[in-house]
Ligand binder design. Structure first.
Ligand SMILES: [Zn+2]
Length: 356
């Protein structure tokens, strides 16, 4: 069998230079107007044309690694005032070095530019729609529909893995957590679970009962999951703040996940024994009024615990919302303003056992 190892000088040359040839043969990777050759970083825009309302240009960065590998999409700012998530992706744009990366990273730091510039929480002020509810989008709808359509075609369809970044909005005092949405496909769910554990946030919501219709997938990560791409959602930051610790959670979590996906050298840091949450219970306001919270984000509420009180504009207590179930307080309404139907508190119900 030794004979088969006796290679001709030409064959040896090919073997030695094979990685170089493979790299040279890789073509530029383009998303929107951003096109990066292997080993390069490029900026550009997803150009959303004007139809029934205004056009918008969504910034996009392509970091094409020097070595081949998978495509990871990092998308932030669907809610343009969830600042920590946006600043974290901005940091990654600066820090990711194509020379060290195997594969390609698509970064979209700010989907909802009008929300960011006008400081409008929750929705795109152009059409008053949340930019994480209308996927997979459509080419002839309002701006949110068209932006979602372009992101589905240009980003979701072309990536292998996706991370969607969120956080507490201007009126939300939120503790950090992640969402993991199992699909029922064991190999895909194994990878997405590995991603969420490598990301390292210590509270993880198991997101069941999501839309299964490809044409009405609603959420960005669900749009990717339904198309067979392992994906997670991560949240950090609250109420307009940009604290270094929160930014670091998202930046370091991303780098650790990239190590788990073998896109960066080094070992990931997996969270051990995180708090798995099996559902989220929304506590909604019954009417307008002034909100006085009695609990803080991250604390634990027993079933029946008074979460705060609501007065009318004369100071008379009109409501005393209580926890319908025991759970971790994931977020508390951060401002006194309340209208009917507003989300006052989100409770994460601790799972009886970790997922298999
Ligand atoms: Zn959000």
């Amino acid at each position: 069998m030794f004979r088969s190892l006796c290679l001709s000088p030409v064959a040896l040359l090919i073997l030695v230079f094979l990685p170089v040839f493979a790299s040279a043969q890789r073509s530029p990777f383009a998303v929107g107007t951003a096109s990066a050759a292997p080993g390069q970083k490029a900026t550009g825009y997803l150009e959303v044309p004007a139809v029934v309302d205004a056009a918008t240009n969504i910034p996009v960065v392509v970091v094409n690694g020097a070595k081949p590998g998978p495509v990871l999409a990092l998308v932030s700012g669907a809610h343009g005032t969830e600042y920590v998530s946006i600043i974290a992706v901005e940091r990654l744009i600066a820090d990711l070095d194509p020379a060290t990366i195997s594969g390609t990273v698509i970064l979209i730091p700010l989907v909802n530019i009008a929300s960011f510039e006008q400081k409008v929480p929750h929705v795109n002020p152009v059409d008053n729609k949340s930019m994480n509810r209308f996927y997979p989008g459509k080419p002839d709808g309002t701006q949110t529909d068209r932006a979602s359509f372009l992101i589905t075609k240009q980003v979701v369809d072309r990536c292998d893995y996706l991370i969607d970044y969120h956080g507490g909005d201007l009126d939300e005092s939120l503790r950090p957590y992640a969402y993991w949405g199992p699909t029922g496909n064991p190999s895909q769910d194994g990878i997405s679970k590995d991603m969420v554990l490598a990301f390292g946030l210590d509270h993880i919501i198991i997101w069941h009962d999501r839309p299964t219709d490809l044409a009405a997938s609603r959420y960005l990560d669900n749009t990717a999951s339904l198309r067979g791409k392992p994906s997670i959602v991560v949240e950090a930051g609250y109420a307009g703040s940009v604290e270094a610790d929160d930014v670091a959670l998202l930046v370091n979590g991303t780098l650790s996940t990239m190590r788990a996906l073998k896109m960066l050298p080094g070992e990931p840091h997996y969270i051990e024994n995180p708090v798995w949450l099996e559902k989220v219970v929304d506590v909604l306001s019954d009417g307008p009024g002034i909100w006085y919270p009695l609990v803080k984000r991250g604390s634990f509420a027993q079933a029946g615990m008074k979460l705060g009180y609501i007065t009318d504009y004369f100071g008379k207590v009109i409501l005393e919302p209580r926890a319908p179930e025991a759970g971790v307080i994931l977020h508390v309404n951060a401002v006194p303003s309340l209208k009917k139907g507003d989300n006052i508190v989100d409770l994460g119900v601790v799972a009886s056992r970790p997922p298999l």
